[in-house]
Design a protein. Structure first.
Lengths: 474, 474
């Protein structure tokens, strides 16, 4: 039975999305325009993301720090490209208490400037390098159009910031962290993102170059899912961050930054979920298994407890729904919340030595004998679900991947069914802007290792330099 | 040998404090007045605090959420006492991007208003209650005088916010969370805080009453270390948060909030640390044991590795300092960072089957045979250190606890050696203000379960109502 709270995905994708957000109680609108409340079910997913990424960052030698939320205007202005990129979308603090401030402060839209300000007093020799920092925090960008998780004025993210004594080492970091995001999306979120280089126009303000992970949503719209920037010495020159190198000469540091955000909660919804609510890949699900007793007999409750203890011992996250609600209501609730596996234990079934497992992703009911090795069965089932979800998302992505040889191909695709569109490009920004005229379609990324398709720019027909993936974005 | 970076604690306590903060690399000043950078060593302590408290909060049924950073002025103003209490110290956002806002927004100094705004649309029946929320976030208060960790314009904290269907249940929550803080300070931070009730003057703006944990620093100055507020229906009436109770009548919810902050990192320094740097109780130390090889012989390195593996298996947090620095430099570094136990493994000692353990708290060197059961020995040593640190802090607190029978007693004590001063009070705010004239001394808390000392108010001599602890505060 369809969830009445949720509009059909194929009928109205935008409405379906916000319905899932509300029905799964992931986020709520607030009295502050463009800002959301991340509710317990949403925040638990973010905590799981943090746990997995934080462990990986630390394994790679990064340390967490916390820098100020507010940035003095003069400090922000030192790097001209950054300020041009971000000034239109920052919030300004002008008063502290009852007094007007001598200099206004912006709420951080990103923290490169603050990190540079910190580095400059804490680095003097190559022996102090590299510095590998990460920060979990909130940032604010004064967006005009907002959508829960995907684009919100305030959002939560992690921003990695590192400095190095050589170009090579810094570029290695930029690549390494992009690989971490790729791993995170593919192996944990079951989202088959593609990885490439942003064009000059689309790169981060102030970066020498930006690597990006781009995910494709169910409706064929792209989502920038994680970026890793190489700054070279641009910021270190603007902020005067120098060190004495092994030859005892003063040199500017080489810098990177990289980040991913709560928007990936939106990504999980838009890639995997359905008309029954949220569908979560087991590796990111805060609750992996819910056990629902039907009736309260001693046999039922004893098996509920037994399963719960056995699974918890294996670090599987389990809840038992022992509330007074009806079984049907509990099933629907587990379903809308996206819990990967539901175990239904009922008196009638137990008499026949049966227990029912329900997969959230396929909604398949699997009746098993109570003799089964529940721990291994559930472990395998969770792995199967994770893999199946990835493969379905990959198949969907492949079905929504197109090739365009000229602008009218591009138009046809975008007017029929948007997706990832592969097309060659001459490298000229004018051609990029020409594509953008079609429903705001932008270059997603340059695939540096891919051969050209037919060697001609999809817009001007001149010699192409890059094989580019294009698409409409959130 | 004394650490040259650190002023003697007995010579200049304030300078000693900031020297320890810098020498242990816990925090750095930033270009934003009154805001600090929490550096890796400081942030790691905060992460450990978060881990321990978060686990406890969740065990007690609380869920984490994230509410907006910005609060519309009109929303803040709905509760008059709160706005009076906080308006002088909030930062105001007046511009978003290039446009002036229609209504200015303040950066949250605390989130009662936002939680009420959220509750009102998400609670309708007693079946929806209680709601037990917690939020880990940054807040901002426009303080005039600041000091790293202890008083900073921006700080990190957790703020618990709960609503209940009965007064009894809400008051139970208020008490329970105060008990959690008491446990956290005593059992984890080894800080023997005292617990009591704030006076009307000192309670949280808008609360019916505030419970507080008050810690005493090495120099006899008090630090408010965690508070738990009972709001009754004050906010729920102001923000119209109603539910239908079991009799199907509309009723306002009963509310609590409770919080503790990064200032406790300052508390750890001021209670436990010394002229050699930071001293951390083992249960809050991000690194509990450091192993320092002297020389690089195969025997040395093999024992370093063996100990490291054995201790890690028992979930003891261990680092091995394998850098190129000299052993003496490594010892000093481990000392200044406050690592509870240092193990020195050297070639010469190994020939005699000896290994050296050094306690950070007492700086005692203990030579042991290499035959010892290292895991149990270290476990016991960590417990001993934890207990000894608590007992020393308790003894210090007791030595700095005084009784005053009249105002001149109070003056004498505060002019000689401040501390916790027990004295009776009539309950009149005028008398409280009279005490404040002496070096800004305030009531710390009312000890409700304590008998009166001599039944007369320490100021006016009239009949006393309360046994109060007084003190100068950070």
């Amino acid at each position: 039975m369809k969830n009445k709270m949720i509009t059909s995905r194929d009928e109205d994708f935008a409405k379906w999305y916000t319905d899932v957000v509300r029905a799964a109680e992931l986020a709520a609108y607030s009295s502050v325009k463009g800002c959301i409340v991340i509710e317990p079910n949403g925040y638990a997913i973010w905590e799981k993301m943090q746990e997995i990424l934080d462990k990986k960052f630390k394994e790679l030698g990064h340390q967490n720090v916390q820098l100020p939320l507010l940035i003095p205007e003069s400090l922000l202005k030192k790097e001209s490209e950054l300020v041009e990129g971000f000034a239109p979308e920052v919030a300004w603090v002008t008063h502290g208490g009852s007094k007007e401030l001598e200099e206004r402060l912006c709420i951080r839209p990103t923290s490169e400037t603050m990190f540079c300000d910190y580095y400059k007093d804490h680095v003097s020799s190559y022996r102090d390098l590299p510095k590998l920092y990460n920060q979990w925090c909130n940032v604010l960008r004064w967006e005009k159009e907002t959508r829960p998780f995907l684009r919100s004025r305030e959002f939560l993210w992690q921003e990695g910031h590192t400095i190095h004594s050589t170009k090579e080492e810094a570029e290695k970091e930029t690549n390494q962290m992009m690989e971490v995001y790729r791993w995170f999306h593919h192996d944990i979120l079951a989202i088959p993102s593609i990885t490439g280089l942003k064009t000059e126009k689309e790169k981060f303000a102030g970066a020498e170059y930006t690597l990006t992970n781009e995910a494709l949503m169910y409706n064929g719209v792209a989502l920038q899912a994680g970026t890793s920037h190489y700054f070279g010495q641009k910021f270190s020159k603007a902020y005067d961050v120098k060190f004495s190198n092994t030859e005892n000469n003063l040199e500017y540091v080489y810098q990177t930054s990289w980040g991913t955000t709560t928007r990936m909660i939106g990504g999980l919804i838009m890639v995997h979920s359905d008309d029954y609510g949220l569908v979560l890949p087991p590796r990111i699900a805060p609750v992996q298994v819910t056990i629902i007793p039907i009736g309260k007999s001693e046999e039922v409750m004893s098996l509920v407890n037994k399963y719960s203890i056995l699974l918890k011992e294996q670090n599987i996250s389990v809840t038992c729904d022992l509330t007074e609600k009806s079984p049907g209501f509990k099933f629907a609730e587990a379903e809308v919340k996206g819990i990967p596996v539901r175990i239904e234990i009922g008196e009638r079934d137990l008499k026949e030595n049966k227990v029912t497992f329900v997969r959230r992703d396929t909604r398949e009911k699997i009746v098993q004998s109570t003799d089964l090795d529940v721990v291994n069965y559930v472990k395998e089932l969770l792995d199967t679900i994770q893999n199946d979800m990835y493969n379905r998302a990959l198949e969907r992505r492949e079905n929504l991947t197109f090739v365009a040889h000229n602008l009218s191909d591009m138009e046809n695709i975008l007017n029929t069914q948007p997706g990832f569109i592969h097309a060659d490009w001459c490298g000229d920004e004018a051609c990029e802007l020409k594509v953008k005229e079609i429903k705001g379609c932008k270059s997603r990324c340059i695939l540096e290792d891919e051969k050209l398709i037919d060697g001609k720019c999809v817009v001007c027909g001149k010699d192409a330099k890059h094989h580019v993936v294009w698409g409409i974005q959130y």
